[in-house]
Design a protein. Structure first.
Length: 74
């Protein structure tokens, strides 16, 4: 193994795993073309539904897909 290969560190995942029933605020916003700040603003204005557990915000996947009309194709 070369020195360059030894220096490589494992990459952290870009998003936390919210489980099969949840999305992060950023992931939900990205589905409709919003950036990070706009996504959190939409949560603040109650345009994106969230479940809050402490400081953790999870967007319920089924409800969100229904709201944006993405579950019609399934």
């Amino acid at each position: 193994m070369s020195k360059a290969q030894k220096k490589l560190k494992p990459q952290k995942p870009k998003y936390r795993n919210r489980g099969p029933h949840g999305l992060s605020v950023v992931e939900a916003g990205a589905m409709i073309g919003l950036g990070r700040n706009a996504s959190y603003e939409a949560v603040k204005n109650k345009q994106i539904p969230v479940i809050e557990i402490g400081s953790l915000k999870i967007v319920p996947r089924a409800k969100w897909l229904q709201m944006i009309g993405a579950d019609d194709a399934a």
